[in-house]
Design a protein around this ligand. Sequence first.
Ligand SMILES: Nc1ncnc2c1ncn2[C@@H]1O[C@H](COP(=O)(O)OP(=O)(O)OP(=O)(O)O)[C@@H](O)[C@H]1O
Length: 616
Amino acid sequence: MLLFRTAVFKRLRLCRKCSSLSMDIQRYVSTKSHISEITFGDEQKKLIDLIVNKEKSVFFTGAAGTGKSVVLREVIRQLKTKYPRAQSVAVTASTGLAGLNIGGRTYQSYLGLGLGMEPVSDLVQRIKKSPKKTDVWLNCKVLIIDEVSMVDAKMITKISHIGKYFKKNMEPFGGIQLVFVGDFYQLPPVSDQKIIDFIQSEDLNNNTISSTKSGCFFAFESEEWKKAIDYEISLTKIYRQASDPTFIKMLNEVRVGEISNETDLEFKKLCLRNFQESKENLIDGSEYRLNSVEGSNVFPTRNETNKYNRKRLNTINATPVIYDAYKTGTLKGTREYEMINESIIVPDELTLKKGSQVMLVKNQSSSLVNGSLGYVVDFVSLPNYEHFEKKGTGNGIFDFLFDMKDKVKGNPNLERKVALRKQQQQDTEIRCLPLVKFVSTRGKTVQYKIISPEFFEYKDIETDDILFSKKQIPLILAWALSVHKSQGQTYHKLNCDLSRIFEDGQAYVALSRVTSREGLQLKNWNKDKVQINPVVKAYYKSKVKPVDNIINHNPSVEIFVNDAPTVVHNEENNLVNKKNNIALDENQLGEEIDFVDNSYFKNRGRFKSHFDEFGP
Ligand SMILES: Nc1ncnc2c1ncn2[C@@H]1O[C@H](COP(=O)(O)OP(=O)(O)OP(=O)(O)O)[C@@H](O)[C@H]1O
């Protein structure tokens, strides 16, 4: 009933049989079957142990598809069991979508930072005004930030100092255990306008003093990160492209910008395969008859992506059906609410037509998962769909939808179905949902599924209050996607035109989304267009080690023996447990703030020298 009361569709008004329909929807939503079991690899297990049992502050990274998210979800599960007390484990991420992926929220929202642009003193005052947010800080034992590569150094520094204040502890982040996750070889932090303004007002060439093109510094460049993180670890086994080891090798080379002639040639060869150009001609929406889908096209910006999808939608000569999302939540009316909304992958207004190419953005079953591609076959009401489906294949709704239209005449059974269908189409009160034909990569398997609305929401972990909720059909138009939106996603088919790539790591993010070379249609490959940030490369070379290396090179740290002492120190890695318990008062905080806001920039010489040291 609740699902029905929070009606998603304003334009497609709901039918009178509300209660039965809502039950049907619930039944369909709850048919989500389990997603295939994960068996953790050796290095994944060791990493989980290091964080959960050895309680180390860790940044863990790895190429796309090494299972960072999978490991993180397990770490969260185990930490929550270990620390059952409310708010002990802060589960956050740099974007809303990444947050959803691990059952958390953006760090700005969870930690009460808003946009986090203010100086530390203002942020502390802001947090203190909210008893809930104050408790978040006081109770926090472990702070998790996923996709940390998109958080800049200044923000990391601020979070550390706020932690010191609330924890009354001068250790970085007030002694909170840190679990930072991400891949700095993927997309860099987004521009912080204030930093750019500051840099420009100093009349300096920002290329010489910032690490990213947009004028930011990477999180790992922050002194607080350097002091707080015990281990900078890399997972090495790639699961996403497991079926194509050559492709794994090629992607690894693209990731670090060291592309061999062999890889270059292989990418060039991929470009020679037929690239499916966009279809400019008007089509009749009958593409669903095809047993293969066009690969997703990736574009660097959202505008280009939307424009391309709209253009393709307009080429279909069929009636548009518009689904408006139903949004609610206690944060409504705030900028934060808008930010969360922007980061949710499904749009406020989803326009579909028969024949639209779509991508599923929520798992439905072990074979229909986030990233599955298909075509909208038709729009059907749930009761009708169920009615025909119950009768089994060969005698179902599909008979009259497309297969047997010419055989209808003289067949009373089919005539009855067509009459029902007509009635349904005329009845504007009947709510219709998209029926999608999902096609596997090689077009070998085809599955039909009616897609019901789903919730995308953020809850307050303690009170269960819904802070943000969006109910929408979990589909997006999928002729094109932005590289930014595609980060973290897995696709089976991808069209990639690298001529538009402009950002460090962007080529790698785009290419590494697809599971095999077979699913990749490539255009304009030019190894010189692959851009790698030299600061990132230097950091990975000098600091980040595979899990196994850490065991070998730190014999004093017996971290993987079950009954080993919990804390074994190693001076070199600065692992000494130094809980000072120094209380900070407001005045000291003032000094702290000066330290944060001025020294960060005064220290740009350090960043410059860092850049020079490791730069090209
Ligand atoms: N131990 C495992 N066993 C089986 N499959 C795994 C395992 N670890 C990860 N995978 C699978 O590999 C794929 C990629 O995993 P995941 O999304 O966690 O990688 P990631 O490192 O977070 O990637 P990205 O950097 O692109 O976000 C997923 O389909 C996941 O289910």
